[in-house]
Structure formats: C-alpha cells, structure tokens
Design a binder for this molecule. Structure first.
Ligand SMILES: CC(=O)SCCNC(=O)CCNC(=O)[C@H](O)C(C)(C)COP(=O)(O)OP(=O)(O)OC[C@H]1O[C@@H](n2cnc3c(N)ncnc32)[C@H](O)[C@@H]1OP(=O)(O)O
Ligand SMILES: CC(C)C(=O)C(=O)O
Length: 521
C-alpha cells in the first residue's frame, strides 16, 4: 500500500512564471497569441501553477491572463497583484475564469523596501492583513510573498508570514528577489520559518530564486530539502536581470538525483526541449550553447576520449538520456528526397502537431530549404516553424536583390506588397542590411525605432540558416519579429517586416523600458 503521507510530502509543485517574471527580462516581449501557446504547452507538460501575468500592468496583460484562464485545463492560473485592493480586484477579474484560479499578492518587507513604500513595521503588517484578507474573500487560493525575504530581519519575517497565514494565505512564497542567498542559508530560512511560525504546517512554502550569483537552482533545491514544496521557475531560466531558477534544471536534478533528492513533480519531461525552443523563439532570447539540460552542447561530445567512452557505454559521459527531455533519436534523416509522411513524423518528434493545411505550407518551405542545403537538421526545421507566418499580412517581401562588397554604398532593390499593392524601390545604406531596411522604410514609412537586431546561425557550415530577431518600438509599445533563411540578409528583411506586420496588427506589448545601472557610474 502506498504511504499517502510520504507520497504527499514528496510531491513538489512546479509554479512556472515564464509569462510573468520571465517576460520582465528587458526585451522578452511575447504577443498575446504566443502567450496563449506557451501557456497551453505548460499546461500540457504538467506545470501545477502558471503565473500568467500581472493583470493591472496593462490591458494586454489583463487580456492574456483572462484568456489563459479561460483555456486552462489542468493548471491553476495565477495573476500577480501588489498589496492594494485595485491590483487584487483586477487579478481576480482575470483569473476567476479558470477552473482553478490563484491570486498572488506581494509586498517588499526588507528595510530597503519598507523605506520605498514609506511604511513602518506595524504599518506594513496592517497592510498585509488587509490585503491578504481582501484577496481571500475573493478567492480560496491565495499566495503571498514577502518580496526581498532573504534580506528581511528574521523576527520581522516570522511576524509578516504569520499575519499572512492568519489572514488566509494558502501558499507562502519566500523570494530571493535579488539572487543574494546561498544554498545553506536558503535551507535554513525555510527551516526557521517552519519551526517558528504558528500555522506554518498548514500551508505550502514556495521558493522563488533569482540567478544573480548563479545559485538559483541550488538555492531552490536547498529550500525543498528544508521543506518548501513549491518551486517557482521559468523555462530556460528567463527572467529579470540574470534570470530565475530554470524549470528544466530543478525538474531534471530531482529526477536524475532522486537518490539524494527523493521528490516528485508532475512534469512530463519529454516536453522540455520543445518548450525551451518555443520560449527562446518567441522571447528572442537565445539559449546559450552550454546551458544545463537544454543547451545545444548538453549532449554533444567532441573530444576523442569522451567519444570513445560514449560509444562503448553512453553512461560514461551522459547522466541523462536525451529522449527524457524530448531530444529525439535522429533515425529519420531529412533531405530533398523526403516526403510529407516523413516530415509530419519528424515534426511530431520535435513536438509540432501539424494539421493538413499547415503541413502543406511547411512542406513547400521545407523543400525549398532542402534544395539549398545539403542536410536539413532538426534545428533547421525548428527555425522553419519559427518562420511560419499567416498569409494575410499587410507587408510581404516579394523580391530582393542586394549589391554589396568593397565598393560601397551597398544597394538594395526591393519589391514588397503593401496592403496588397505591389511596390518597388532602390535604396542604399551602410551595409546590405541597412540598405534593405531603408528600402522597407521607404515603401512603408513609419516612426518605429529599431531597438534590437540579432543574428544567430542555426547549424554549422556556410550553408547554415541564420535566424534573425528584430525588436522595434513605437509610442511605448514593443513589437518583435523573427525569421530564418540560408540568406542572412533576406532573413533580416523578413524579420523586420514580421515586426512591422505585428505593429500594423496592433500585436505589441507595453514597453516597461529597462533601467540600467552601471558600476562605472
Ligand atoms: C520583484 C518583482 O518582480 S515585482 C513585479 C515587478 N513587475 C513589474 O513591475 C511589471 C509591471 N509593472 C507595471 O506595469 C507598472 O510598474 C505598474 C502598472 C504596476 C505600476 O505603474 P505606476 O503606477 O506607474 O507605478 P511605478 O511603476 O512608477 O511605481 C511602482 C509603485 O508601486 C508601489 N509598489 C511597489 N510594490 C508594491 C507592492 N508590493 N505593494 C504596494 N505598492 C507597491 C511603489 O511604491 C510605487 O508607488 P508610488 O507610485 O506611489 O511611488
Ligand atoms: C513578486 C515576487 C515574488 C518576485 O518576483 C520576486 O521577489 O522576485
């Protein structure tokens, strides 16, 4: 017979905040549709709680959280709120549509944050009592966070946590807001709260770590060992500054080292790779090659001794099986002679369930790519999917010819459909990309500013595809575009046009422009 108490004690809830804290990374904007897609994938993967946004922040955030709540299947949908009634009411308005909704309210409790909100210790306790009670009157599932908990005096932290529990909080999250703590201290803090706070045994403690000193994963796991039973994390560790605890890292650590960390999650780990790729694509944040679990090199072996070992027994240099995170065995080689059945099967391996119409479109583009490239790798196909665009776009690149080289100025001849009307222009610039962007702007005059232009090679070789991310902004709203092609200049123009199409369709996000501080002053 299963020991139910032990089983429950071993279960760690995964709270994903890619769509809230992750999206707070400067520049990591996601459109409404992209958020819906990512939330659907997180729900399917078995994430227990999805923090879908900060509903009072903007109409766009409110709409995203409401729509995600309406479409939720298994996950609890959570909205963030500051310690005031207006934020809490707005969060409830958004999450109440979910089969299970949660309000997450917070306030900074450390001396630095008490100064900012101009509250003394007693005043803050009163505010916490009033706001947590208000949230609990609206919703049965209330999470409360003392922001900057790891720099809050212990006695005061115990007092505020006790207040929140008494007023109805069901989860208490202990954030290491600035990535300041270290593993032993992270564990000691949770242990101290469990020992000292009356009622602590009735609620779930959560851990929310940032990676400023590279310790977010270690700190989260240490908190779990001490009794926390919810980890807050993001896909690829996306998040403010150096990011949050990476979901894939904590989940795989508990799975691979279950001998010393005997905890369970509800995550279907085979969905990790697909989510990692999609979040990277939609946020425009590339995953570093040597990133734990999901980096391009995580299962690659180049040096002879390692290759020899892996060939004789893969466990010599691999502690996880690639298929456990959804990296498929490459037994279907894709090339110009492949047909639709193989493409559909390969795409399914990569996590894309293609309907008949989508397969038709992707197949045409796959064949065009296979004609230009000797081998079509999995990453090429993923890039091809990122390049999928709707047929009814306002701007469409039709023809492009570029002259570049040592004899400047570089020139671009561009033909583009603008609202269905074909237009052509010649333009010059400082380099081929500049010439092309100038041509686009002459055919479609606009006042948007180019904030980011980023190119990365998808695979190796001179025939590799380039993926290009472009970010533009206008009147405080940010629009992103992506494209991939073996022709880097064409990929650049298509990514730019993709961002402009989103601007035309009003699919942007308010720009909480990043403040940057520098040690140099
Ligand atoms: C650690 C974290 O990740 S916390 C979440 C951070 N995320 C974000 O801030 C993203 C979304 N934020 C936004 O869109 C905006 O900041 C808004 C809409 C929430 C607020 O915008 P504004 O009203 O213009 O306020 P602004 O951003 O300038 O300042 C924040 C205000 O909230 C107050 N505040 C901050 N945290 C809290 C809190 N937990 N409870 C109550 N008040 C708070 C600040 O003291 C400040 O108040 P003030 O305007 O009276 O000085
Ligand atoms: C809102 C809180 C939980 C937060 O994001 C932090 O403190 O980092």
């Amino acid at each position: 017979m299963t020991d139910i108490t032990t089983a429950q004690q071993d279960r760690v809830q995964i709270f994903d905040t890619t769509l809230r804290d992750g999206e707070q990374s400067p520049g990591a904007t996601m459109s409404h549709d992209e958020k819906m897609e990512i939330a659907g994938l997180l729900d399917e993967m078995g994430v227990d709680i999805i923090e879908a946004g900060f509903p009072i922040a903007s109409e766009g955030d409110f709409a995203a959280v409401s729509d995600i709540a309406k479409n939720a299947k298994n996950s609890v949908i959570c909205g963030l709120a500051r310690a005031n009634f207006a934020d809490i009411d707005r969060a409830w308005e958004a999450v109440k549509h979910a089969p299970r909704g949660r309000i997450h309210t917070f306030i900074g409790t450390s001396p630095l944050h008490r100064d900012i909100t101009a509250l003394d210790q007693d005043g803050m306790v009163e505010k916490i009592a009033a706001t947590v009670s208000h949230a609990r009157n609206l919703c049965d599932d209330v999470q409360w966070s003392p922001m900057d908990a790891t720099r809050t005096e212990h006695d005061y932290l115990c007092r505020v946590v006790e207040t929140a529990i008494k007023c109805g909080a069901t989860t208490i999250n202990i954030p290491d807001t600035v990535g300041y703590t270290a593993p032993r201290e992270s564990a000691d803090l949770i242990r101290m709260l469990l020992e000292r706070v009356p009622g602590a045994e009735k609620i779930t403690f959560a851990t929310h770590c940032h990676n400023d000193l590279g310790m977010a994963t270690a700190n989260a796991l240490a908190a779990v060992e001490a009794g926390a039973r919810q980890i807050e994390c993001t896909i690829n560790g996306l998040g403010e500054r150096a990011g949050n605890t990476a979901l894939e890292e904590v989940v795989m650590a508990m799975r691979v080292r279950n001998d010393i960390m005997p905890y369970r999650t509800g995550i279907d780990t085979t969905k990790i790779m697909h989510l990692s790729r999609r979040v990277s694509q939609v946020s425009g944040f590339a995953v570093q090659y040597n990133k734990a679990v999901v980096g391009k090199n995580a299962f690659l072996h180049e040096s002879g001794i390692h290759q020899d070992g892996v060939l004789k027994n893969v466990q010599t240099f691999e502690i996880m099986r690639p298929e456990d995170i959804g990296l498929t065995a490459k037994n279907i080689a894709m090339g110009k002679h492949s047909g639709r059945a193989a493409l559909r099967a390969k795409m399914a391996e990569l996590g894309y369930d293609l309907g008949d119409n989508q397969l038709k479109d992707v197949f045409v583009r796959f064949k065009a790519l296979a004609d230009r490239k000797k081998e079509v790798y999995d990453d090429d196909l993923v890039a091809l999917m990122a390049d999928s665009s709707a047929g009814d776009e306002h701007l469409k690149v039709q023809k492009l010819r570029v002259v570049c080289g040592t004899e400047g100025p570089q020139e671009a001849e561009l033909t583009m459909a603008v609202g269905g009307e074909e237009k052509s222009i010649d333009a010059t610039g400082d380099g081929p990309v500049d010439a092309c962007f100038n041509a686009v702007k002459m055919l479609y005059p606009h006042s948007a500013k180019l904030d980011l232009y980023q190119v990365s090679a998808v695979t190796e070789g001179t025939d590799a595809q380039a993926t290009v991310s472009v970010r533009i902004s206008r009147d405080g709203t940010v629009y992103t575009g992506q494209s991939a092609d073996t022709d880097t200049v064409l990929a650049s123009v298509k990514a730019y046009v993709n961002a402009l199409n989103r601007m035309h369709a009003g699919q942007g996000r308010a720009n909480n422009s990043a403040l940057q501080t520098s040690a140099a002053g």
